[in-house]
Design a binder for this molecule. Sequence first.
Ligand code: ADP
Ligand code: MG
Length: 268
Amino acid sequence: MAKIEVRNLSKIFGRRPKPALEMLKEKKSKDEILKETGLTVGVNRATFDVNEAEVFVIMGLSGSGKSTLVRLLNRLIDPTEGQIQIDGDDLAKMNDEQLREVRRKKMSMVFQKFGLFPFRTILQNVEYGLEVQAISKEERHQKAMEALKLVGLEGYEEQYPDQLSGGMQQRVGLARALANDPTVLLMDEAFSALDPLIRKDMQDELLDLQAKMQKTIIFITHDLDEALRIGDRIMIMKDGAVVQIGTPEDILMHPADDYVSRFVEDVD
Ligand code: ADP
Ligand code: MG
């Protein structure tokens, strides 16, 4: 059984989405659907599995549906149609309490804009991720310290975010996500705002960490270089739809269509 199983998942933005769903089945394009119905296709009948402990990269141009897809995965938004199973449990059938449990224990999210509180210390920022849990202050402190150590930020606990570089701030974001020891880590363009060199360092660090942690990581990027460096498998999206899923070698050697080829040509 795969860790996450997604079947025929669609998200249409706008009221009364039924006609748009029908048009998707007729293979009409996102543009046509927008023109005819005024509805926006976020995700178009996506089907894929994510395996335990793999780095699964979702790649595509801006607007291709990557962020919508991760928001569906942790149910920040509801699908218009389709299924998502995590560890065999159907997300759609869960009540609010079970969903909170999934978000708290199974999935953590790392954002591009770090999402740190400027007036809280690094330690407080990391502890924040644990505040919703019913654990003691001491345990919270200990878990936060462990997470900071994991990302190499020991000694920075009492500093404030703006005293740290972009790369270090993103490590704080990562520590916060890791503090509650999730099994799935969702990273939406987490490194996209970093300078190229720092970005490469962070990619290496994530891979080093992953060798120890063995999380299931869903990593979103619009950059094929980054996807190839860190992905065990890469899923390429266009206009909300899945275009290709494969290993880095598959993607490089056998691009599924012109859209993928164009990414491959840009790789340096
Ligand atoms: P990506 O993350 O790949 O850049 P998004 O998932 O953000 O793409 O967007 C996919 C499509 O869905 C885009 O056409 C975008 O304009 C649209 N979209 C995303 N969120 C909303 C929303 N809340 N309301 C309406 N349209 C949205
Ligand atoms: Mg996005």
